[in-house]
Write a protein that binds this ligand. Structure first.
Ligand SMILES: Cc1cc2nc3c(=O)[nH]c(=O)nc-3n(C[C@H](O)[C@H](O)[C@H](O)COP(=O)(O)OP(=O)(O)OC[C@H]3O[C@@H](n4cnc5c(N)ncnc54)[C@H](O)[C@@H]3O)c2cc1C
Ligand SMILES: NC(=O)c1ccc[n+]([C@@H]2O[C@H](COP(=O)([O-])OP(=O)(O)OC[C@H]3O[C@@H](n4cnc5c(N)ncnc54)[C@H](OP(=O)(O)O)[C@@H]3O)[C@@H](O)[C@H]2O)c1
Length: 522
């Protein structure tokens, strides 16, 4: 039978994985990449960026890190080399069209409204229908021309943390336009070459907004450039359990949170009565483990001294995929005064700098860097030309992005999304999803009815709200990655239990190599 034409948008790790697993099923995908190289988020970033997930977790299941990389946390050049050598090893480059930005996709043959009357995805529960195709409009940056491609299936791997910055909203005349200094987003800073970035902050009073990874890394670079002469202000609204390392009190965090036992302590979407009862009975242990980790972070970072103790639990941090590693010596810089931490729920601009909650004197600044994250959902939505599909994808603002298995939207036919929902290691998660998707496209995975898919999505939404609090829109499966992978495995007809013996099954942490194809597993 003739294989269908499939377009993959993006050649970061998700796009490469999608390409690799589709090739393994005999498809010949065409990958469109807006940039001139592969690697996505890792192509250009802040100079001091390192992998913050231990490399054993951020690893292709069948392609180990080279022996030459001895550290657990490789720098961004090493990560990029690893990703690029994966692409070369599996000969993926020839399938990629570089400098091709997909500017819009449109489904021809069916109206988006048809999805409302379906009982099964795509009308028939199959990945390919006979009634429609996607038209993919692609801008060729070199020739300044637009090509149009017709394909049977589209896989969006456009990345979540780039291109569309999250810029806070301000009342009229109180935004960046009121400020006499310069305002940029962390994305602009990381796009600059290293010397230009260092020169930009040198000798300036810099305020960095945010308290997550981009903010902390940039603040460290500012303080390296300016020291005590021009302290860097970090303006934040929520304290976080940003971790010093992966060994609270010397005990591996993975044994506390990344094994099956840890998942028994939380309520899981779709769990039965016994698992639910067990999670309830074990909730004091869940609480104690969270406190154990929190006490270690508090002590190592001296959080109480700096007024930085979060109000939420460590479990919530992990369940929201917000556990980031703090740059070394960050709190030493706070102690010496070259980094000033300032809390405010809101802020606005004036001529001289930033006005924070309840203060009349502004924080004087020459440069404000908004490390306020990205709008990955808006980026995805904007790729659809049809308003109906845009609305489907956006879903409700009070629910997580409506994706079944975090991959397909029940009302959007012949299309999958890889790389939106997060985990402890986004590479690992993307690989599992691409394998599931390849099986779906090959006919081995059968989807339930839309009603059943929606019920499953509702349960995951409930789980995320329960454990991630206000961060549920991050769609994080990090604290339940084994339970989540179990579902993918069952769909694919694999044994979800990947360890040898019940003890290992219960207590050994799970990671990508547990799911390695049989020929490459140890
Ligand atoms: C600085 C930084 C550090 C990170 N560190 C970690 C970490 O330590 N651990 C971890 O698990 N995760 C980390 N992440 C998250 C990271 O996003 C993922 O690990 C992973 O690299 C995402 O891969 P992706 O392919 O899904 O997306 P990306 O890597 O963002 O790739 C998307 C690709 O799609 C292309 N593209 C986008 N739109 C279009 C279009 N319209 N047409 C054509 N091409 C398009 C882009 O050019 C890009 O190449 C980090 C992210 C950043 C930004
Ligand atoms: N490996 C690495 O070294 C590395 C480096 C950079 C980035 N990354 C990854 O890239 C992803 C993006 O990271 P990121 O730090 O750019 O973004 P992020 O994780 O989304 O964090 C955004 C920060 O901005 C704050 N914020 C958002 N809107 C705000 C507003 N209106 N006013 C004030 N503060 C606001 C948030 O505060 P609240 O918490 O209060 O919402 C949060 O502190 C993450 O997955 C991260 O781990 C990794």
């Amino acid at each position: 039978m003739e294989k269908k034409q499939i377009a993959i948008v993006g050649a970061g790790v998700s796009g490469l994985l999608a390409c690799k697993y589709l090739l393994s099923k005999g498809f010949h995908p065409i990958v469109f990449e807006a940039r001139s190289d592969i690697g996505g988020a890792w192509i250009k970033t802040v100079e001091t960026t390192m992998l913050q997930t231990p490399k054993q977790l951020y690893q292709f299941s069948d392609y180990p890190w080279p022996d030459s990389v001895t550290t657990d946390f490789p720098d961004h050049n090493q990560v990029l080399d690893y990703i690029q050598s994966y692409a070369s090893h599996f000969d993926l480059r020839k399938h990629i069209k570089f400098n091709r930005k997909v500017v819009g996709i449109e489904f021809e043959g069916l109206s988006g409204e048809d999805g409302k009357s379906w009982s099964f995805w795509n009308g028939n529960g199959q990945p390919f229908g006979s009634r429609g195709k996607w038209t993919v409009a692609v801008e060729d940056a070199k020739n300044h021309s637009t090509e149009v491609h017709q394909v049977d299936f589209v896989i969006l791997c456009v990345g979540r943390f780039s291109d569309v910055p999250n810029i806070p909203e301000f009342p009229p005349k109180k935004g960046p336009e009121a400020f006499h200094g310069k305002v940029i987003h962390s994305m602009d800073y990381s796009d600059m070459d290293y010397e230009a970035a260092a020169n930009l902050v040198k000798g300036k009073r810099v305020t960095v907004v945010g308290l997550q990874k981009s903010a902390l890394d940039i603040a460290m670079e500012c303080t390296t450039a300016n020291g005590l002469e021009n302290p860097c202000t970090v303006l934040y609204r929520t304290e976080h359990w940003n971790i010093p390392d992966y060994f609270p009190w010397g005990f591996p965090l993975a044994y506390l949170y990344l094994n099956r036992f840890a998942e028994l302590l939380v309520h899981k979407p779709g769990e039965g009565f016994l698992l639910s009862l067990l999670a309830t009975m074990l909730s004091p242990l869940r609480w104690a483990i969270s406190k154990f980790v929190e006490a270690d972070i508090k002590k190592k970072h001296r959080l109480a001294k700096f007024g930085m103790v979060p109000k939420h639990s460590f479990l919530q941090e992990l369940s929201s995929c917000l556990t980031i590693t703090v740059p070394e010596k960050f709190y030493d810089k706070v102690e010496e005064g070259s980094i000033i931490l300032k809390k405010s729920q809101d802020f606005s601009f004036c001529e001289d700098g930033i006005v924070v909650d309840g203060q009349t004197t502004p924080l004087k600044a020459d440069l404000v860097i908004l490390a306020t994250g990205f709008k990955g959902d808006v980026k995805l939505k904007n790729i659809f030309l049809s308003q109906t599909f845009q609305d489907y994808l956006a879903g409700s603002p009070t629910e997580k992005l409506p994706l079944y298995r975090e991959i397909i939207h029940p009302q959007i036919p012949q299309l999958a999304i890889i790389g939106f929902s997060e985990s402890i290691s986004n590479l690992y998660t993307s690989e599992m999803r691409c394998r599931w998707l390849a099986e779906l496209l090959d006919g081995a995975v059968k989807l339930p009815s839309i009603k059943e898919m929606e019920e499953d999505m509702r349960k995951w939404d409930e789980y995320m709200k329960r454990y991630s609090g206000k961060y549920y829109r991050r769609s994080c499966i990090g604290a339940l990655h084994i339970w989540y992978n179990d579902q993918l495995c069952k769909d694919m007809g694999w044994n979800p239990k990947r360890k040898k013996g019940w003890f290992a099954e219960l207590f050994e942490p799970y990671g990508p190599v547990d799911y390695a194809p049989p020929s490459t597993s140890n």
